[in-house]
Write a protein that binds this ligand. Sequence first.
Ligand code: ZN
Length: 162
Amino acid sequence: MKIVEEKSRLQRKTHPVSLEEGLELGEKLLAFIEERGDAIGIAANQVGINKKVCVVNVIKPLILINPEVTGQFGIVKYTEACLSFPDQQIKTTRHTNIIVKDDNYGTVIYRPKDAEHLLEIVCIQHEIDHLNGLTMHDRRFAYTEKAAMIYTGGKNGEEETK
Ligand SMILES: [Zn+2]
């Protein structure tokens, strides 16, 4: 598997898969990042497979199949890296709590119990973004958000920052 680094290719539409196909592809993606040893997640379209499957391996290996973020709140500033943009580190704005619906685990609420869980939550958002054609550059921390976070002490919910 070769990593896609062209933004135009990363923006291509991805297609839903069956649970069976998703699990098979997910296992391959997990094996791929395990072998590399330098990644905590990857989306199928990052290796040129435009299907709605991504994996995350922070606390335990997760295979997300046709995932959708159905709820999100809490704001955190984070620093992210991406296999598709080697040597780049981007400051982003992410949600601290998310609700994700996918065909493997059903609907799951992810809460930031500790730093490791927050890393997992940010990674899940990063990988699901990939499946929707978005990259960490689209979540870049902006000055206006900085002003909003200072104003509310950084504990603002999604609706307050719009
Ligand atoms: Zn990425």
